[in-house]
Design a protein around this ligand. Structure first.
Ligand SMILES: [Fe+2]
Ligand SMILES: [Zn+2]
Length: 319
């Protein structure tokens, strides 16, 4: 339903058109409005196979409105997984307030779905296209684990560069807060092109977005993706394969080391196309006696079967 259509119809007509779309289970209306079902407390896509009664239903324009009203995404039609527009629109639609809170509390945040099944398949299928990459790293040779990854060459495919520039802009304000809290004498520019110029000045000129490929028995030891003195403190991983179907095992794991404490382990639930943001190296943690410096590491547990592909988006470049 377009904005212009909204303007020419009074709201009662709009609601009855929406209800008609729900009765038809009209997939072409998916993403244009959201159906909140008062009896179940969930919100749905118009195409959902559920059969609510008219008196139990109202509509919202956005997912955020439905969630703010206390409704949860339906487990059947998964409105939370529905993608609208291009990558930039999808990034804009994420709940960045919640993501920043989670990053401050836990050092990582589940961002939700950013890539469609077609996007994921496209990236996986292009893994062997040599012209797209600047190098291939076989992890065993470096003692990093088992498996391999490839760094994209410049310019990266549009999808990857849209992710890198779009996500950077959402994370730079938090990176600046962290730098201040950690008393680091640095600020991050608000656009990624400017940040890449800074990396280049520091001698870090090679792009770092990468695709990692793990087969049975493969894993990635706990590590930090540091490539020189220039570090952007948050990075992104997007899973391209579906756990339980494309592969078994291969959990994304993180550890957090707080001064005078044992390490804490965390496992991020990921599904195909969904993203997490996490601290690369250090993050501030507000404690009773001031700000603590928390060290993070991340890795992947052993893949038991199948193939697990992941897109990594690191914002600093490499030397
Ligand atoms: Fe990594
Ligand atoms: Zn539903």
């Amino acid at each position: 339903m377009s904005a212009s259509l909204r303007l020419v119809h009074p709201p009662e007509d709009l609601d009855s058109e929406r209800w008609d779309a729900v009765l038809r289970r009209d997939a072409s209306a998916d993403g244009t409005f959201w159906t909140c079902v008062k009896t179940t407390g969930v919100y749905c896509l118009p195409s959902c196979s559920g059969r609510p009664k008219r008196e139990n239903v109202f509509f919202t324009e956005t997912r955020a409105e439905a969630e703010a009203a206390g409704f949860r995404p339906c487990k059947r039609c998964r409105p939370d997984r529905f993608l609208i527009g291009g990558v930039k629109d999808r990034i804009d639609e994420l709940d960045w307030g919640r993501a920043h809170d989670a990053l401050n509390t836990n050092g990582w945040a589940a961002l939700g779905r950013l890539l469609s099944d077609e996007d994921c398949a496209g990236l996986i299928n292009a893994y062997e296209e040599d012209a797209l990459y600047r190098s291939r790293v076989v992890m065993r040779r470096h003692g990093f684990g088992e498996g391999e990854y490839r760094y994209f060459a410049d310019p990266a495919p549009q999808l990857v560069s849209d992710l890198r520039t779009g996500l950077y802009e959402k994370l730079a304000p938090l990176a600046n807060e962290w730098a201040k809290a950690l008393k680091q004498d640095r600020t991050y520019p608000h656009d990624h092109a400017a940040y890449r110029r800074r990396c280049a000045k520091a001698g870090q000129k090679r792009p770092t977005p990468l695709i990692l490929k793990y087969g049975p028995g493969d894993y990635n030891r706990l590590h930090q993706d540091l490539y020189g003195g220039e570090v952007f403190p948050i990075q992104i991983a997007i899973l391209l394969s579906q756990p339980g179907r494309d592969f078994e095992g291969g959990e994304f794991v993180m550890t957090e080391q707080t001064p005078r404490r044992q390490s804490r382990a965390m496992v991020a639930p990921l599904e195909k196309g969904s993203a997490i943001a996490f601290a690369v190296n250090e993050r501030p943690l507000e404690g009773a006696r001031g700000t603590y410096r928390v060290k993070m590491r991340h890795g992947v547990s052993e893949v038991r079967s199948g193939a697990r592909y992941c897109l990594g988006v690191i914002f600093h470049d490499a030397a």
